[in-house]
Ligand binder design. Sequence first.
Ligand code: MG
Ligand code: MG
Length: 254
Amino acid sequence: MIVLKSKAEVAKIAAAGAIVADCLDMLAAAVEPGVKTNRLDRLAEAFVRDRGGEPTFLGYRGFPASICASPNDVVVHGIPGVHAVREGDILSIDAGVTLDGYVADSALTVAVGAIDAQARRLMDVTQASLEAAIGQCRVGHRLGDVSHAVQMVVEKAGFSVVRSLVGHGVGREMHEDPQIPNFGEAGRGPRLEEGMVFALEPMVNVGGWDVFVADDGWTIHTSDSSLSAHFEHTVAVSEAGPQVLTRRRSEKAA
Ligand code: MG
Ligand code: MG
């Protein structure tokens, strides 16, 4: 069942979302060659707590950190650790914040120093596919329109959409109904209504869409070791159009 949120609830998710957005901007600015992902994790936890929030991921089903840090061929759910990123890497960072009982969830992929043209294009296409999905979050559209929008952008660019991982409803819990695949048929699925709040999160691979879970039980890699990017926003459906609740200041400026 898709739980609809009142305007007051959407405002609370937006307050959590503002912390997520600023946290991700802070982390993106801290990424440089040689930075260890556990340093980013400590920065994130301190930032979120300082703003009065709780890092939603910490302890979630036993997850040991406040962010996911997923370099290169890691799609999502990378555990921060002593791994240092290197010039030319890409790094996906995912963060969730709980504030006053409400949750927002967002992610981005950042370049570590100078990256090659294909990595840049992968990031740009993934971000564009997220924006296409956001554009479909309108009252009366269908969930399949959102999924289809991602798939079209990604496959037109010659990349592939991860099939086994999905976006989700969000707000009172981190993961709520519905599941939101990043592929699908337009015109199918539930009709979108005012008060639905979604975490839209295309995960896009340069190579094939197949992935596997590492022995740590969390880290998800591309099966062909190709690069993967991940962008995510928490978005409310409203009569006024899509409301992005995790928009970063760096995006507004861009
Ligand atoms: Mg996330
Ligand atoms: Mg999510």
